[in-house]
Design a protein around this ligand. Structure first.
Ligand code: KIV
Ligand code: ZN
Length: 499
């Protein structure tokens, strides 16, 4: 199909290279299976020669996943190619991804070589990989900074050698969208035999242009895009899967299709973030916590009148149940009326005006207003402002100590305490809190941030929990990050009690 765009996911290779994001084989299989369910066409499962662990992961993913092509990365080195081929022996659809640097910097300062020799090595690598598998992808590393005429010579040579996919990486994220699009067009128009292969984009985000460059690549003839979930990857990351697929889905003026089941995007994004312990920035397009949250009065009013006034994507299309209206001091009457209606209360305009005035006074004091607060404001509840409060926290931790925590919570005025152990003081305290609550909650996101870099800094903690399929957000800030963490957790739990 001319307009079918193949999704090549490199979360488990380029994404996994990120410091702190390493996964073990079991975790990689879990991600690979989720990627299969999401509908990606190719999974780049690793760089097998780099470590026995990577080899094992590629081998196990090849056994566990059957629909997508499984791809293994190599340098243009015989040993790498042999090891990759061995790791792919169980794959139903194996692909070797081999390549070499083609820019002046790479040829001169990394490979200490010259242009003709690079072409010879590229051709040898492709021919050697073809001895093991039919499907061979070639990458021209740093193609973004490679002069187009020379790049065309390299690509023509590897097409002749049998490459089935031609990866044109903007390795350093340098290209402007027009420039990258023109590069793809130039190759399409000037490389003999290029129609026999698929052109692939692989863009890095050093200047924040990875997604724009990828889209320009597609418009100019690329039919495969190399992407990662949440845009993770070397340095500033890679093109994000969710952005590219949702651009194609949202823009009817772009005639492209993918096999991605967009309703699985959010769950897969959460899985990758959790397993890689890599938080997603709150304002990240498509999957960030605030991507469908409306907090200003004008926007809330507009979105309540018609969702499309301020949303170009229906959150259910990516697997999020609904947009959220966050009640803050910036909210307007429409949002309060709407929230009260959801809670089952109809009020007149006069009552609304009165409640709104009181609401603003309270909202200036509190970060966000809960349902219970609203009920108190309209006189439907006399419960104290916050039904659940952290009253006492005591932790024991340190080297050669089993971390323990005692937590005392005030729940609707009654005092409850519990003690628990854990793999650290925060885990112990969270376990103690869970013993005291009647609801089953699952921690979805936990983010601690320092504001400045000093050891006396305030720690800001954001927590997201899930209860019966709904997400609740909690926040706290404190110079003691353990206290801030438990307060944020309790804050989130108290919101699900107020539902
Ligand atoms: O960014 C890059 O050039 C790469 C190649 C190894 C494909 O990741
Ligand atoms: Zn890369």
């Amino acid at each position: 199909m001319e307009n079918q765009i193949f999704i090549f996911d490199t979360t488990l290779r380029d994404g996994e290279q990120v410091p702190g994001c390493q996964l073990n084989t079991v975790e990689k299989i879990e991600v690979a299976k989720a990627l299969e369910t999401l509908g990606v066409d190719v999974i780049e499962a690793g760089f097998p020669v780099s470590s026995p662990g990577d080899f094992q992961s590629v081998e196990e993913i090849s056994k566990a996943v059957t629909q997508p092509t499984i791809c293994a990365l190599t340098r243009a080195v015989k040993k790498d190619i042999e090891v990759a081929a061995e790791s792919l022996k169980f794959a139903k659809k194996p692909r070797i991804h081999t390549g070499i640097g083609t820019s002046y910097f790479h040829i001169t300062h990394k490979l200490n070589s010259n242009r003709d020799e690079i072409i010879t090595r590229a051709v040898e690598a492709v021919k050697y990989a073809k001895k093991f598998v039919d499907d061979v992808e070639f990458f021209a590393e740093d193609a973004g900074r490679t002069e187009n005429e020379y790049l065309a010579r390299v690509i023509e040579a590897v097409v002749k050698a049998g490459a089935t996919v031609l990866n044109i990486p903007d390795t350093t994220g340098y290209c402007l969208p027009e420039e990258y699009g023109a590069k793809i067009k130039f190759l399409k128009e000037n490389v003999k035999g290029i129609h026999k292969a698929i052109i692939s984009t692989h863009c890095h985000n050093d200047l924040g242009l990875a997604t724009a460059n990828t889209i320009m690549g597609i418009i100019n003839g690329a039919r495969q895009v190399e992407v990662t979930l949440n845009g993770i990857g070397e340095r500033a990351g890679n093109t994000s899967l969710e952005e590219v697929t949702m651009i194609m889905k949202s823009h009817n003026d772009l005639p492209f299709k993918t096999g991605i089941n967009s309703k699985k995007i959010y769950a897969t994004s959460r899985l990758v973030s959790t397993l890689m312990r890599m938080p997603v920035q709150a304002n990240k397009a498509i999957v960030g916590r605030n991507a469908f949250a409306h907090s200003s009065g004008i926007h809330q009013d507009g979105v309540l009148k018609k969702r499309e006034n301020y949303e170009i994507i229906d959150p259910t299309d990516i697997g999020i149940k609904e947009s959220s209206i966050v009640l803050t001091a910036r909210s307007g009457r429409a949002a309060i009326k709407h929230r009260l209606e959801i809670l089952g209360y109809e009020i007149t305009s006069d009552e609304l005006n009165k409640v709104y005035h009181q609401f603003l006074i309270l909202a200036d004091k509190k970060k966000d207003i809960k349902d219970e607060d609203l009920k108190v404001l309209i006189g439907k509840s006399t419960k104290e402002e916050n039904p659940m409060k952290l009253d006492l926290l005591q932790v024991v931790c340190g080297k050669s100590t089993i971390p323990m925590a005692t937590v005392r919570l005030k729940i609707n005025g009654d005092v409850h305490s519990a003690t628990a152990s854990g793999n650290g003081p925060i885990d112990a305290a969270f376990s103690a809190v869970k013993q005291l609550i009647k609801k089953k909650v699952r921690l979805e996101e936990f983010l601690i941030q320092a504001i400045t870099r000093g050891s006396d800094d305030m720690g800001k903690v954001h927590v997201q929990i899930e209860n019966r399929g709904k997400l609740f957000y909690g926040f706290s800030a404190n110079t003691d990050i353990i206290t801030a963490s438990v307060e944020a957790f309790v804050d989130a739990i108290s919101k699900c009690y107020n539902k």
